[in-house]
Design a protein around this ligand. Structure first.
Ligand code: DX5
Ligand code: ZN
Length: 231
């Protein structure tokens, strides 16, 4: 299953994954419907615990609610301390990819193994200030590497350009199979650079949800992606 989801995600890449952090949670079904109508092929869900990051969002109940609404792949980004405690619950809730932070654990391999035991794809995330060397050992057993272009915690922050070199660093360590994802401050000014440097999954929050209509901005970001790919 883990292998299958990577193939599905890669097939549509480079692609935009809207971050459901700033959407209207009172109208989740309508929000997801609007994203699907705009051609979105996978969703990014941000789970924050108020401990690993100062912000607090939602847990498995929302993941489960989203799972009931859509069959799109769900990429769940855990910004929580001690993620291994919640692996089972998030997979049961419907996560296809479960990504946790290297900064939040002592033994990343243990978490990856547990995610795999439960049949999901494993992603490892590093904040903008954390070097790739921190995840060097466990990268080859992950399906996805999430290169944060901000310090995790809040939407609407400025993209940190110095992280762009990390995509190649991850490739050099983990090879071509691993999916490369970028998250934080991805918008019309930063999306082309991200793709040019190798990001395949582009998480976008405020640049989409700051607009009343999602389709025009998604179309416009997609044409920027296409322009880089067709050079
Ligand atoms: C922040 C989250 C991101 C965030 C992206 O820690 O992981 O997914 O919502 O939002 P923007 O695109 O506004 O930076
Ligand atoms: Zn995220």
């Amino acid at each position: 299953m883990a292998r299958q989801i990577v193939d599905v995600l890669r097939n549509d890449s480079p692609q935009i994954l809207p971050s459901l952090l700033m959407c209207d949670f009172g109208n989740l079904e309508r929000e997801i419907g609007r994203l699907e109508a705009a051609g979105i092929k996978a969703l990014h869900l941000d789970v924050m615990d108020g401990v690993f990051v100062p912000n607090f969002t939602y847990g498995m109940t929302i993941v489960e609610a989203v799972r009931k609404i859509t069959s799109l792949p769900l990429d769940v980004h855990l910004m929580i301390q001690d993620p291994i405690r919640y692996v089972d619950a998030f997979v049961d809730a419907g996560a296809d990819v479960l990504t946790f932070h290297a900064e939040a654990v002592d033994d990343a391999q243990k978490v990856i193994d547990q995610i795999h035991r439960r049949g999901a794809a494993a992603g490892i995330a590093i904040n903008s200030k954390t070097p790739v060397s921190k995840i060097e050992d466990c990268l080859p057993s992950c399906q996805l590497a999430l290169i944060m272009s901000i310090e995790a915690g809040f939407g609407g922050q400025k993209f940190e350009e110095s992280v762009l070199v990390k995509f190649q660093q991850v490739r050099d360590i983990a090879g071509t199979d691993i999916l490369l994802e970028v998250d934080g401050g991805v918008n019309a000014s930063t999306i082309e650079k991200s793709v040019a440097y190798g990001a395949e999954l582009l998480v976008v929050g405020s640049a989409i949800f700051g607009h009343a209509n999602y389709e025009p901005i998604i179309n416009s970001l997609n044409s920027q992606i296409a322009a880089v790919k067709n050079v």
